[in-house]
Design a binder for this molecule. Structure first.
Ligand code: MRU
Length: 367
């Protein structure tokens, strides 16, 4: 039987015009797929983390908008674009922290705008409904391009990340920045999978990642499926592991990098970075360049998603594990200071500060 790595995390069903995802809330017990078409069910899938991880959310939203495009009943291209824009805003509201969600939705929407203004508006004699159909196809083509790019980017992150590691290294990772969080290979797991192919014999330590257990349910599962030597630990055990010199590098993914290099990633990441700093272990953030938000100056300005208390009190327990009515603090992400980050592993290479990235000063809208 194929392992989870043999399936597409995010895809488009051309026949039914539907977004198709692996339902990550069912893993590791069941490998189930969801076929989604309506705006509400696509929004729900993103909000409830059926599809999750910054790059996967971006591509899912892009395919999701394409699926919605097929259901929009519009009598003109302008009407189509107006309705599409409303759906874009709605999907974007599902989760606030990952920059890729808005970035991906704007990119596919922008591709449609270009198609309309550069080609279709000039196509005299083309029936309005034909133009609407061309816009639907344009949306889908752009979403497919994004998926292919994501696969290529993760591969390149893998190559650059592997250059920083030695055979036999112990690597600690947090949450799931794996294949399930992207279209293939993952970001933080890409160097691990490549090392596995090349016989590096890594020992990978996986934080369980409370409260939603992405490390335990997803990372441990996919690493095991790939035959990687993976060991699961509770989030409060990393310092003990590091003190025993079992960890030579920490690799994490990220949801948004601010222009000063601060990083928002799954709650617990900053605690890990502080611990790694204390033990003088290099701490690397693996991220596509699309995850850098050049318009947000520092991590303080990044909106951190707050999630329902039940995720902490009972979601993954047979029965509630705390007194009824207890107050709960449940931010989904935290911000790691750029001061604690040894390198950003991107598709263009490894950079110790964002200023080293070619063309970085051209990126901000506010320049
Ligand atoms: O809440 P999640 O599971 O979507 O959080 C995901 C993470 O924090 C990942 O580390 C991040 O999105 C990078 S995925 C390559």
């Amino acid at each position: 039987m194929k392992s989870v790595l043999g399936y597409e995390t995010v895809d488009f069903d051309r026949e039914h015009h539907a977004l198709v995802i692996v339902d990550q809330t069912k893993l590791p017990g069941e490998l189930a797929f969801l076929s989604l078409r309506s705006p509400q069910e696509i929004w729900d899938a993103i909000y409830h983390l059926k599809v999750r991880g910054a790059p996967a959310i971006g591509v899912a939203a892009a395919f999701g908008l394409a699926a919605i495009g097929w259901q929009i009943a519009a009598d003109s291209p302008a009407d189509f674009m107006m309705q599409l824009s409303r759906h874009r805003e709605y999907l974007c509201s599902a989760r606030p922290t990952a920059v890729n969600l808005g970035w991906a939705l704007n990119r596919v929407y922008g591709a449609c705008e270009n198609l309309l203004s550069r080609k279709l508006d000039q196509a005299e004699g083309m029936p309005e409904m034909e133009k609407v159909q061309r816009l639907r196809e344009g949306l889908l083509q752009e979403a497919k391009r994004m998926k292919e790019e994501d696969i290529d980017i993760c591969k390149r992150i893998g190559e650059h990340g592997l250059d920083l590691l030695k055979p036999g290294d112990g690597i600690l990772t947090h949450c799931n920045a794996g294949q399930l969080a992207t279209c293939r290979y993952g970001t933080a797991t890409a160097p691990i999978y490549l090392g596995q192919e090349r016989g590096y014999g890594f020992h990978v330590y996986v934080d369980e990642t409370r409260p939603l257990m992405q490390g335990a349910r997803l990372t441990a599962y996919e690493l095991q499926a790939a035959g990687v030597d993976a060991t699961l630990l509770c989030d409060n055990m990393a310092a003990s592991l590091m003190a025993q010199e079992k960890v030579q590098a920490v690799l994490v993914g990220c949801d948004r990098v601010a222009a000063n290099g601060d990083v928002a990633n799954k709650i617990g990441t900053s605690m890990l970075a502080i611990t790694a700093w204390h033990h003088q272990i290099p701490f690397y953030v693996c991220a596509p360049l699309s995850t850098i938000d050049w318009n947000t100056a520092t991590g303080k300005e990044i909106e951190i998603e707050e999630r329902p208390p039940e995720e902490v009190t009972q979601m993954w327990y047979r029965q509630p594990m705390c007194p009824p009515g207890v107050k709960v603090y449940n931010p989904a992400f935290d911000v790691t200071s750029y001061l604690l980050i040894d390198g950003y592993i991107t598709e263009l290479g490894v950079f110790s500060t964002l200023e080293e990235i070619p063309g970085c000063y051209l990126q901000s809208d506010k320049r």
